[in-house]
Design a protein around this ligand. Sequence first.
Ligand code: HEM
Length: 463
Amino acid sequence: MQKSTPPLLHGLPVIGNLLEFQKDRFTLLRRGYETLGPIFTIQLGPKPAVVLIGPEYHDFFFRETDKILSMDKAYQFLSVMFEGAAFTAGPAEYDAQRHIVLAPFAGKKMPGYVEIMVEEITNWLDSLGEAGTFEVVSAFTRITQYVGAHALMGRTFRDQLGDEFWDLYAELSGGIDAVLPPNLPLPKFIKRDRAKKKLRALIQQVIDERRAQPGQHNDFLQDFVNAKYKDGRPFPDDLIVSLILALVFAGHETTAGQGSWALILLLQNPEYLFKLRAELDEHFPPGTPFTHQVLRNLPHLDWALKETERLRPSADIIFRYNLEGYEIGDYYVPKDWLTMLVPRVAHLNREIFTAVDQYDPMRFSPERAEDKVADYTLIGFGGGRHRCAGYNFAMNEMAAFVALVLQRYELTLLDKTPGIQYGLGAPRPTPTRIGYRARVQARQELGNAALIQSDAAGGVLKR
Ligand code: HEM
């Protein structure tokens, strides 16, 4: 006898759960989990989606991706922007591209990217002065944009085309729409297409320059320009352009949102912040340069970032398109439905984590290691072969941001309880103001370090 489909979460006639999903999907999906259990159905307008919660189902989802669960069909609405690169490529083309996409993420390249992160974060810190207020989401978004432009396409691109590029990029991503057909003559789609054309031309120009004058460039673009498929064919320029745009999409808002939350959650939890400050003062006192190496000595920072991933994952949903029907648990899930994982709800699983709603980074310490009871307990960066390629990049950028801000300033959270903005890209905190005041000790020691450098540089003051 055919099994039944998973229980349906109550919704409105015709549109089902669509409105609530668009407004506040976390509350909707948590209610589904708490009332119907780990496998349930929601109705997004005409489209049914099954939600799977729990490590064994996550494992199924990641193993079946590119088999019965299609990634590129699920993200088809992004194809109009990224045209066949990375996660919008079908499985065969993805296989052919995979080593090219992953090349710039090789571990040996990370110290160079960390230098870029530190430079961009320090530029911003230097613009702040002794005391004042910053809005963390816009500030960190800007930093991730500069880091992105610099690491992906080089310093010259970052300096000359930074603002123009990001304004166009905003128009491109303003055209993301998972529901409407992408070719409707709507103003947002017309703007998207115009911006896409200009962006592609800007990136193509840099590719042409690189091909005309091959040189040493430690950035993603150069890796792609040099890349070949395994059969020796060069990686075509139009795919290089698409891949750069896709990486910008995958990397900057996600990191900005989760990194902003990391700082906000720390300021909301002064006891843990105190522990982290002690660790930073020991291993990263004012005046110490932040390098890739420093990060290895900051476990409390690492646990704080993991707890942020658990409670406020930027990738709060991950989904696939069912190419075939399948059985799972007591249920049957039909072909052509969507299958969805919900990191933000899955991370509140009481069979895995204690006091699930509490901020408690120590749960990741080796003594407690709550996440180690099974694979795929923490899925904020996905899993399996499509697991986030930029995991180390993002973790280092968020760590550098938090550590460098705390090294220089005492902070006060002025907007005490930020909400979540669900927009076109990753969900992010609502605008959140933070007050800052230079740490006295930091000032003195930075002064000393600058003097020492000035001495060494023959009187030229460098900071
Ligand atoms: C906090 C920041 C980030 C979060 C939360 C995040 C999350 C994710 C998730 C959940 C996936 C898997 C999507 C799926 O299975 O459908 C993914 C894939 C990916 N991410 Fe990230 N990401 C972040 C930062 C970055 C950065 C900085 C980059 C690049 C510079 C990046 C590049 C990628 C790429 C290329 C993939 C596709 C990998 C593949 O299909 O093989 N991500 N990311």
